[in-house]
Ligand binder design. Structure first.
Ligand SMILES: C[C@@H](C(=O)O)C(=O)SCCNC(=O)CCNC(=O)[C@H](O)C(C)(C)COP(=O)(O)OP(=O)(O)OC[C@H]1O[C@@H](n2cnc3c(N)ncnc32)[C@H](O)[C@@H]1OP(=O)(O)O
Ligand SMILES: [Co+2]
Length: 135
């Protein structure tokens, strides 16, 4: 795996939290993106090499809404950049990790993503992301 691609933070209100993180990081949110398939609305910030993703659930059954219901707002996942998501998924499967999706799925900010169950990773939800390259 390569660098940390982003840290995902679960928030109740994207609008309010964009304001907070703009002030905190002293930089503007560079993109908001609705990911209908994940039932999330997202906002992205860049700080140097790093990215922060704020996530608001768009329905009560969304992973973000369920997480906030149980644990409150806070860090929801850590995403790692990978060069070859299929190879990395296969490697992790061989190592015994439970993948939450069998096929890579469309994430935000031009990525294919796969999640690893937090029970296998000390309670931390892990996301793998491979950049989609357009030919
Ligand atoms: C747009 C995209 C992108 O960046 O491109 C994104 O990030 S989308 C980000 C949103 N999408 C996702 O998160 C998709 C992957 N997530 C999932 O499949 C799910 O949220 C699971 C992680 C499997 C949890 O779902 P499930 O329905 O089992 O929920 P649950 O509430 O019953 O939780 C089962 C157990 O997992 C724990 N749990 C739930 N979410 C957790 C999280 N984010 N980090 C650590 N632990 C977590 C719960 O506390 C509970 O622990 P106890 O059993 O001890 O009570
Ligand atoms: Co993410």
């Amino acid at each position: 795996m390569n660098k940390i691609e982003h840290i995902g933070i679960a928030v109740n209100s994207l609008e309010k939290s964009i304001d907070v993180y703009q002030k905190l990081l002293n930089t503007d949110c560079y993109k908001t993106e609705l990911v209908v398939s994940e039932l999330v609305n997202t906002a992205f910030f860049k700080t140097g090499e790093n990215k922060v993703e704020l996530l608001e659930g768009t329905a009560p059954e969304s992973a973000i809404a369920k997480f906030i219901e149980k644990k409150g707002e806070g860090i929801h996942h850590i995403a790692f950049a990978v060069d070859d998501i299929l190879a990395e998924m296969e490697r992790l499967k061989q190592e015994g990790f439970v993948l939450l999706n069998e096929q890579p799925k469309k994430g935000a900010d031009n990525k294919m993503v796969c999640f690893v169950h937090p029970k296998d990773t000390n309670g931390v939800l892990i996301e793998l992301c491979q950049e989609i390259k357009w030919i």
